[in-house]
Design a binder for this molecule. Structure first.
Ligand code: NAD
Length: 324
């Protein structure tokens, strides 16, 4: 028997899953990937890749078979244009809950060593995020619960589900709440892209001397975490004895108009911003990293601007490739 560690990444066809496969490979793991689709940007170097639907319990259990670690990232998700319109609520809740239930139960039946679950900053109550200058997102502020989307409610349910399996069935779970992860090889067009990718695309597509559209008044605040930082935190959490839930995010908060201006500056183009009505989510959101610093001695080291330079370079190349 080889001593090589084994891991399955559920959602390996997606943005974070694709990068996670590569990170685990670089650490010497045997990696299995599973997703409804291949990785769009050819970014997955999994040893084994299965096209499969995790809404099916047997598929989920099979995916966990023989694995030391399970990373459950599969979810029906998207940017503000997908989550906040209300039109996709039933699909988001149904599809994601089934994936989370089945993968966890499969991991339990197959007696894996550990399972990671990716929750989201979207679980935090809306009423703590009305002041753009002072949003509260420390872990304990999740209750009394009042997420602003069904996506957030489903994530909260699944956090509790994973922690219940730990308490009642001894499954060794790790739960993290991701805050706006971005980077190259993520969705950048089609409606499911998030603000960092959407801004890079819009700036790359917009003609010199004209304006591009930004949803809302631009004063809403957010923070964004570069993908490599996210993976470092995930791996540290997995190696630790701490179950979570814990924030994985950046505390470098920025107003959305300033963020758009940063991308314009990176591009070197002469563009202006036009604020238009659109889905914008909560007024303010920032990670609070006190707990993760205390438990895992981790904080991000890449400034937002550096991560955005790398992301703009990749997305502007994608835009250029389709416009020739
Ligand atoms: P993504 O959409 O790129 O990846 C999710 C993947 O899950 C997709 O490839 C999708 O095809 C797959 N999937 C969906 N339904 C499936 C099914 N029934 N069977 C198999 N695969 C299925 O998203 P991402 O940005 O890589 O996010 C990964 C995880 O992290 C998700 O759970 C998401 O909710 C969470 N998260 C992400 C962010 C972020 O900023 N990207 C923030 C908070 C939480």
């Amino acid at each position: 028997m080889s001593n090589q560690k084994t891991a399955v990444v559920c959602g390996a066809g997606g943005f974070i899953g694709g990068h996670l496969v590569n990170r685990l490979k670089s650490e010497g793991y045997f990696v299995r990937g599973i997703d409804l689709k291949e990785n769009e940007y050819g970014n997955s170097n999994a040893d084994e890749f299965t096209i499969g639907d995790l809404r099916d319990p047997a598929t989920a259990q099979k995916a966990c078979k023989g694995m030391n670690e399970v990373y459950q990232l599969a979810a029906d998700m998207g940017g503000a244009g997908y989550i906040f319109t209300g039109e996709n609520d039933a699909a988001v809740m149904h599809n994601s809950a089934l994936c989370n239930l089945n993968v966890l139960h499969g991991a339990y039946l197959e007696k894996v060593d550990k399972i990671f679950y990716s929750s989201s900053a979207c679980i935090y109550p809306e009423h703590n995020q009305l002041d753009p200058d002072n949003p509260k997102c420390f872990e304990g502020s999740a209750y009394p619960a009042a997420p602003d989307s069904e996506y957030g409610w489903e994530k909260l349910f699944s956090e509790r589900l994973y922690l219940a399996y730990f308490r009642n069935l001894g499954v060794d779970v790790r739960v993290a709440r991701f805050h706006n992860i971005f980077g190259p090889q993520g969705t950048w067009t089609g409606g499911k892209e998030k603000a960092p990718a959407a801004f890079c695309r819009k700036v790359a597509e917009t003609k010199e001397g004209t304006s591009f559209e930004v949803w809302g008044d631009g004063k809403q605040t957010r923070s964004f975490l570069y993908i490599d930082e996210c993976l470092e935190a995930v791996r540290r959490l997995m190696e630790s004895d701490f179950n979570g839930p814990v924030n994985i995010g950046s505390e470098e908060m920025i107003a959305i108009n300033d963020f758009a201006k940063m991308v314009i500056d990176i591009s070197g183009k002469d563009l202006s911003i036009k604020n238009i009505p659109g889905p914008e989510g909560v007024r303010g959101r920032n990670s609070d990293n006190s707990l993760i610093e205390e438990k895992l001695n981790w904080k991000p080291s890449t400034p937002l601007r550096i991560g955005m330079e790398k992301t703009y370079e990749w997305i502007s190349a994608q835009v250029a490739a389709i416009s020739v």
